[in-house]
Design a protein around this ligand. Structure first.
Ligand code: ADP
Length: 216
C-alpha cells in the first residue's frame, strides 16, 4: 500500500497515518515530524528550517524533497508507505512523480481528509504534546485529559499559536488546494469526511480504500 494523506493543518493526518501503519504494516513518513527533528538536532539547516516553521511558511521544496528521498531510500519499506505532509505544492508533485518512477514504486491513492476551517482552528489551538512520550492531547476533549502531572508538562507546538495558525491555513489554501485539485483531475484522489471521532474517520478511510482495484 502506497498512500499520500493530504488535508488542512490540524485535519488529523498524523492520527490517521498511525492507524494506517498498524492496519497495513506500512511505514509512516511525516515531513512535519522530519522537519521538527531537523530543528531539534540543532544543525545549521535545522536553524534555517525553524524560521519557516515558526512563521507558518512552507519549507523550500528542495529541502523537503531531499528528506523524503532519503527516507524512501533507507530501504525498509517492503509493504509500502503512508506519506503525511507531502506533496504540498505543485512543484513537489513533479518531484514526487520522479522519485516514485525512478525507484519502480507506485502510488495507490491520495486520501484527502476534509475538515471545515472552524474545526481545524479549534483543534490546532487546543493541541498539546507530552514532550516525554510524544502523545498528542486535545484540550477540547475532556475525556482525553491526562492526569495532573502529565497535564503540567504538556507543551504547545510553536506553530499552533493563533497568529501562526491563520498563516498556515492561508498557505494551505494557496499552495496545497491546487495539489488536491491536480490529484483529483488525475483520478487518484479519495475524499473522506474528516469530522467526528478518529475511529469514525478511520472507518471512512478504510471504506474509501476498499474501492481501490488490486494492483496488477
Ligand atoms: P500541519 O499539517 O498540521 O501543518 P505538519 O506537522 O505536517 O503540520 O507540518 C508542519 C510544518 O512543516 C508546515 O507548516 C510547514 O512549514 C512544514 N512542512 C511540512 N511538510 C512540508 C512540505 N511538504 N513542504 C514544505 N513545508 C512543509
Amino acid at each position: 500500500m502506497h498512500l499520500i494523506l493530504i488535508g488542512a493543518p490540524g485535519s488529523g493526518k498524523g492520527t490517521q497515518a498511525k492507524r494506517l501503519v498498524t492496519r497495513y504494516g506500512i511505514v509512516h513518513i511525516s515531513t512535519g515530524d522530519m522537519l521538527r527533528e531537523a530543528v531539534s538536532s540543532g544543525s545549521d539547516l535545522g536553524e534555517v528550517i525553524s524560521t519557516y516553521l515558526r512563521a507558518g511558511r512552507l519549507v523550500p521544496d528542495n529541502h523537503v524533497t531531499a528528506l523524503v528521498e532519503e527516507r524512501v531510500d533507507r530501504g525498509d519499506l517492503p509493504d509500502g508507505f503512508v506519506i503525511d505532509g507531502y506533496p504540498r505544492t505543485c512543484n513537489q508533485i513533479g518531484a514526487f512523480d520522479d522519485l516514485v518512477k525512478k525507484r519502480n514504486r507506485r502510488l495507490d491513492a491520495v486520501v484527502c481528509i476534509d475538515v471545515p476551517d472552524v474545526s481545524v482552528i479549534s483543534r490546532m489551538a487546543n493541541r498539546r504534546i507530552d514532550p516525554d512520550t510524544g502523545r498528542i492531547y486535545n484540550l477540547n476533549l475532556k475525556a482525553d485529559w491526562p492526569s495532573l502531572d502529565i497535564m503540567e508538562r504538556l507543551v504547545q507546538r510553536d506553530d499552533d499559536r493563533p497568529s501562526v495558525i491563520q498563516k498556515r491555513l492561508d498557505t494551505y489554501r494557496a499552495e496545497t488546494r491546487p495539489v488536491i485539485e491536480t490529484y483529483g483531475e488525475r483520478g487518484e484522489l479519495l475524499e473522506v469526511d474528516g469530522t467526528g471521532s478518529p475511529d469514525e474517520v478511520f472507518d471512512r478511510v478504510i471504506l474509501a480504500l476498499s474501492t481501490l482495484k488490486a494492483p496488477s
